[in-house]
Design a protein around this ligand. Structure first.
Ligand code: GLU
Length: 469
């Protein structure tokens, strides 16, 4: 049987980081089994759904690197089909009309509580009553005629065997009095019609599963396999909420994480394969299974994510990194990059990417290469550029101006020679040189920087820092 999984987000704002992980697990499961991964937008809550939110989910998934198969399904557009299933269950006697009104329901709920009876006892008030007794002029809801005795069991691939006594579940509403289907019915009918074989979702949906299984049984369909994965918690261990910030996947993009690194991080956040930490997506597809999913909630750990991101950045092609940081660079410089900028950055990228943990850091650390006017200096660089240091830079300027071979090796030899003749350690010369060329106290190797900047620009910067313009 072909494996069919799905991601079924509600479009209420953005692609949630927990949702992204759910999508990833479903995608990996399908890809591992050579199956099908489908996308369904659960847009039945019209007040909270918007086109913009749907777009954000689609863009978020695309950025994250997950592709889906077949058409995207809109749950809302299938509402007639959902209603039809409810009416069929009614016709088959597996569901019934119920005329209980909200106020009555409330009173009955209180009564059940006072009598220590399960709530289900009274919700099924119309279950066996003659519809001829129905109050006039009121539209009924359709309720599922759920089993009263016995229990409903879910063999969850992550949570194990979970059971509920059927008398704890009331006869759920399938179709509201205005004829609109309830969410739970829509989910089950869609999953059946889409041929879903495996549902992997957050464990906040576990309690819904019992009712959904009852519904599958009433419809006469075999329930899919379920796997409910523990939710992601914030770094403080509390359930992820607005308070933690960074809820949407675009926040991670904006913080400068690579999609491949975020995939690896979210994969490991809740799933493991021995001690492996760096698991590129091809390996993840090969190894992914539900046995590796942990049973306790996982905590976001930004240090770990950063670390992984650094590893992925060093493995990423220079041209790709350049493309990814171009928008940041153009914003900071307030101009577009030209071919000369790009050529310089491609030469510089190997050195730059060794030090940066995010694309934001990478872009920041690359900016000095592209400055043509006065070079902005950080505080540490200004501290280094004392009067003595400026005088030393003046002497460096004179010596380097005479250097014919402007290569990393020749520059290194020449600066070493100068240091020796000054009776200084190389570091004492390199420090002001670094400040002059980069405006900072940290940078890639200083001879590499000087060589990449080119003779004219490097000498211009040294001259500027020496104050001998
Ligand atoms: N739409 C639900 C959500 O975004 C998911 C429902 C499901 O996976 O069954 O949480």
């Amino acid at each position: 049987m072909t494996v069919v999984t799905r991601f079924a987000p509600s479009p209420t704002g953005y692609l949630h980081i927990g949702g992204a992980r759910t999508a990833l697990y479903n995608w990996l499961y399908a890809r591992h089994h050579g199956g099908v991964f489908r996308l369904r937008i659960e847009d039945t809550d019209r007040a909270r759904s918007s086109e913009d939110a749907v777009r954000k989910i689609i863009d978020g998934l695309a950025w994250f690197g997950l592709d889906w198969d077949e058409e995207i399904v809109s749950q809302f557009e299938r509402r007639e089909r959902h209603a039809e299933v409810a009416r069929r269950l009614l016709a088959e006697g597996k569901a019934y009309h119920c005329w209980l009104q909200p106020a009555e329901l409330e009173a009955l709920r209180e009564k059940a509580k006072a009598e220590g009876k399960p709530w289900a006892y009274y919700t099924s008030y119309w279950r066996d009553r003659d519809p001829a007794e129905a109050p006039k002029g009121l539209d009924p809801v359709i309720r599922l005629r759920a089993p009263r005795d016995g229990e409903t069991t879910v063999q969850d691939k992550v949570q194990g065997t979970v059971t509920v006594q059927n008398d704890q579940l009331d006869d759920m509403v399938l179709l509201r009095a205005d004829g609109t289907p309830v969410y739970m019915l829509s989910v089950v009918v869609d999953d059946i019609d889409m041929g879903i074989t495996q549902i992997i979702r957050g464990d906040d949906h576990l309690t819904n599963t019992f009712r959904q299984v009852q519904l599958y049984n009433a419809i006469g369909a075999t329930p899919p396999d379920f796997a409910h994965i523990p939710l992601i918690h914030g770094p403080d261990g509390a359930k992820l909420s607005k308070r933690h910030g960074a809820l949407g996947i675009e926040a991670y993009r904006d913080m400068g994480y690579l999609p491949a690194a975020l995939r690896n991080y979210l994969l490991r956040l809740g799933w493991g394969h021995g001690d492996e930490e760096v698991i590129p997506t091809e390996k993840a597809i090969e190894w992914f299974d539900l046995d590796g999913v942990g049973r306790s909630p996982s905590r976001l750990d930004f240090a770990k994510l950063e670390n992984l991101n650094g590893i992925y950045m060093r493995e990423t092609a220079d041209a790709e990194l350049l493309e990814r940081i171009t928008p940041n660079l153009e914003t900071a410089l307030e101009r577009s990059l030209d071919d000369a900028d790009r050529a310089i950055l491609l030469l510089a990228m190997t050195g730059l990417k060794q030090r940066a943990k995010t694309l934001v850091e990478l872009a920041d650390s690359a900016l000095f290469y592209l400055r043509s006017g006065p070079l902005p200096m950080n505080e540490a660089a200004l501290k280094i550029l004392t009067g003595d240091a400026r005088a030393l830079l003046g002497r460096l300027l004179a010596a380097l101006s005479g250097l014919n071979d402007w290569t990393e090796a020749a520059l290194e030899a020449e600066v070493n020679r100068i240091a020796e003749s000054e009776g200084l350690k190389l570091g004492k010369v390199a420090q002001p040189l670094r400040a002059a060329l980069t405006g900072s106290n940290v940078s890639p190797g200083i001879f590499e920087v000087a060589a990449i900047l080119g003779r004219d620009e490097a000498l211009r910067r040294i001259r500027e820092a020496a104050g001998a313009s």
